[in-house]
Design a protein around this ligand. Structure first.
Ligand code: HAM
Length: 458
């Protein structure tokens, strides 16, 4: 029987992977200009890390995480009231086992550790920052990461269950300059990829001083329109009223059209901070729009939040998103250290690159076409010599006609072709053909490495 991949989990094949490599290489380059250093964090973390940071009432924690117990629990020791095996999962994701000894008498024994495939990277980076006590040496850390994330969402174009993020987190700075630096970094990165399409929307979610008041005003507004909201928003209106502003259901969009704006409720400090971010964006010529309805799907945000969206990808329009999370380090057991960051979706970014045809489609720098056994031996040893010298070279191993080798060079999108037969070997020179211009020029075979480097063949 054929074994297939899991729904929402994709292979990335040659032909597509080049776009991924380009994105990753550009990210490393641009991030290093901004002095961000790479951090590699585990894919698996304790469930509690995500429920405490992303938030219990978010879609991610409520229904999208891949969570499982670390090890099997012996079924003979765990009896529920009815006498069958019972495992109760608490909201925070730890598994408690309820043991019924007699009618009316129950108690819990500690359950197995609950683990979750990371649905995002921020929580793990903050955990690592706290656990390693990085902040004791130097609280200001600029870190970036790339890798797979997992959310059990309904798969569709641009939405996967295993997807990939490249993210950056700046810890230890609360000033608006670093918020702007993060936005500039993203702006430069998208520009380095030749992408002009994604546009930036920003908002401020206020802080512990001003958000509760806004939350209360919004809650009163929503209570009056509760009947118009979708089931999901009705259910969490008391615990998380802001989410109704971000809901994509038509009823919720309509009901919240005239909702009070958070920007009007910002305290003095938050307003100053947000105004400075906007001023700096103007000064650095980064185009943006204000979107006071943007609340983000993760609970840890405060002050600046942002999304880069595109109209080219249908409903999955967010290419990159992020914001400030000043309470998160403390919430996860560290000192009161602020943070701000973003993550971009690599699947969506590479889709955009393909749509905008910004991908260099090319194969090996040089393809050696050989005619006759002697030329094959020469080609084989030369191939290895050139590869060791850092050139990207390919050849055919089996004897084929020159025409068929040329066809293959074309198919592989080789940049240039060297045609070598016995005559060329005797003569000590051969024709180097540029596949795009079809121009040919003779090169010295005894000095081939230097000749190819001089002609920038690679
Ligand atoms: P997020 O908005 O949940 O934020 O995800 C960031 C980006 O990841 C999205 O804009 C999108 O491009 C991509 N993405 C999310 N879910 C999927 C999916 N199912 N399939 C494909 N792509 C997806 C975060 O994850 C925050 N940790 C960002 C952040 C970093 N905030 C502060 N620092």
């Amino acid at each position: 029987m054929k074994i297939t991949s899991i729904k929402g989990f994709a292979d990335i094949f040659p032909g597509e992977v080049e776009a991924w490599q380009l994105v990753e290489a550009k990210a490393r380059q641009v991030f290093s200009f901004y002095n961000f250093a790479e951090i590699r964090i585990p894919i698996l973390e304790k469930t509690e890390l995500f429920s405490r940071s992303i938030g219990e009432t978010t879609d991610i924690v409520e229904k999208e995480m891949y969570t499982f117990p670390d090890r099997e629990v012996s079924s003979s020791t765990i009896l529920s009231k009815s006498g069958s095996t019972g495992l109760a999962q608490s909201k925070s994701g730890t598994m408690g086992q309820t043991v019924s000894r007699s009618a009316g008498y129950t108690h819990s024994i500690p359950g197995p550790l609950m683990l979750t495939l990371r649905p995002e990277g921020t929580a793990g980076v903050v955990r690592a920052y706290i656990e390693s006590e990085m902040y004791k040496v130097e609280p200001v850390r600029k870190l970036y990461y790339m890798g797979p994330m997992f959310r059990r969402e309904r798969p569709q174009k641009g939405r996967m269950r295993q997807f990939h993020q490249i993210g950056a987190e700046a810890l230890g700075r609360g000033d608006p300059f670093i918020d702007t630096e993060i936005l500039l970094l993203l702006n430069d990165f998208l520009a380095a990829l030749g992408l002009t399409e994604p546009s930036l929307q920003i908002n401020s979610l206020g802080c512990g001083a001003c958000r509760p008041e806004y939350r209360e005003t919004l809650l009163q507004f929503l209570r009056l329109r509760q009947g118009e909201l979708c089931g999901n928003c009705q259910r969490r209106i008391e615990r998380n009223p802001l989410r109704a502003l971000d809901c994509k259901e038509a009823g919720c969009i309509h009901a919240t059209q005239d909702a009070p704006s958070i920007v009007d409720s910002l305290c003095h400090g938050c307003r100053d901070h947000f105004n400075t971010v906007q001023r700096l964006l103007h000064e650095t010529q980064v185009k943006f729009a204000l979107n006071p309805r943007m609340v983000r799907g993760l609970d840890y945000y405060c002050r600046t939040t942002f999304e880069w969206t595109t109209a080219l990808l249908g409903s999955q329009s967010a290419v990159a998103a992020g914001g400030r999370y000043d309470g998160l380090v403390q919430q996860l057991g560290g000192p009161p250290i602020p943070g701000v960051g973003f993550a971009l979706g690599v699947e969506r970014l590479t889709m955009l690159l393909r749509l905008q045809e910004n991908l260099p489609a090319r194969g090996p720098g040089l393809y050696i076409v050989w005619i006759g056994d002697k030329a094959r031996d020469w080609a084989f040893s030369t191939l290895h010599r050139l590869r060791r010298a850092g050139l990207q070279v390919e050849m055919e191993a089996e004897a084929r006609s020159m025409k068929s080798q040329m066809r293959r060079a074309d198919k592989l999108k080789a940049v240039s072709v060297l045609i070598v037969g016995e005559n060329e070997l005797t003569r000590g020179s051969a024709a180097l053909r540029d596949m795009a211009s079809k121009q040919q020029q003779d090169i010295d075979l005894n000095n081939i490495e230097a000749e190819l480097v001089a002609r920038k063949v690679n």
